[in-house]
Design a protein. Structure first.
Lengths: 115, 113
């Protein structure tokens, strides 16, 4: 079965550079979210999209932006990278059942290292 | 605001034994979903089990079962016949009608041979 695809799997950037993370959700899943997980931490919600529109926003820095495209894939753009942005970035997608997100299917994550 | 609390940062269990991981949550909603996710060393997030709040029957998935106490807002995970492959970080998560999942801080489980 198709899963959530994230690219790249690993990314190394220098401080003040920009990075773009991509996410391809499972077909027919209408909700996509991004989470950031620092070393030894729980996943922190960044932002979500429902039917290509931004829906909820969490602790996403102003330096970050995200969007969902007409083919439902999503991109997380990160500018002016800081050392503290080093983390595992998860994308997840969900189907809905009577309005509820019944399960989040996670991608394998993109490990971003800022040096 | 929704919060999820896991009060056990680390736990260990002997192989083939049973272990219970605790989770409490806070919400004013009446309809919601609860989940346990497993994150092994590969750091892939894997769904272990989910519970719909309006269902009184506790969910079970093979060796994994939950004790869902809605009034107490408690959602514990029981792992029976623990296996070495169960060693992982376990996250309790909550979702209602919004567009995000709320995660607890995780419990690191080690299965000892």
């Amino acid at each position: 079965a198709a899963g959530v695809i994230q690219s790249p799997r690993h990314l190394i950037k220098e401080k003040r550079e920009t990075a773009t993370l991509k996410c391809y959700p499972i077909p027919r899943h209408d909700t996509v979210y991004w989470y950031q997980q620092g070393p030894g931490q729980d996943p922190q919600f960044l932002i979500s999209f429902y039917e290509k529109m931004q829906s909820d926003k969490g602790s996403i820095p102003d330096r970050f932006s995200a969007q969902q495209f007409s083919d439902y894939h999503s991109e997380l753009n990160m500018s002016s990278l800081e050392l503290g942005d080093s983390a595992l970035y998860f994308c997840a997608s969900s189907p809905r059942d009577r309005g509820f997100l019944t399960e989040a299917f996670f991608g394998q994550g993109t490990r971003l290292t800022v040096v | 605001a929704q919060t999820v609390t896991q009060s056990q940062p680390e736990m260990s269990v002997q192989e083939a034994e049973t272990v219970t991981l605790s989770c409490t949550y806070d919400t004013s909603e009446s309809n919601y979903y609860l989940f346990w996710y497993k994150q092994p060393p590969s750091r892939q997030m894997i769904l272990v089990i989910r519970q719909e709040a309006y269902k009184q029957q506790n969910a079970t998935e093979n060796r994994f079962s939950v004790n869902f106490q809605k009034a107490a807002k408690s959602f514990s995970l029981k792992i029976s016949d623990s296996q070495l492959g169960d060693t992982a970080m376990y996250f309790c998560a909550f979702h209602n009608t919004g567009n995000q999942f709320y995660f607890g801080t995780g419990t690191s489980l080690t299965v000892i041979p």
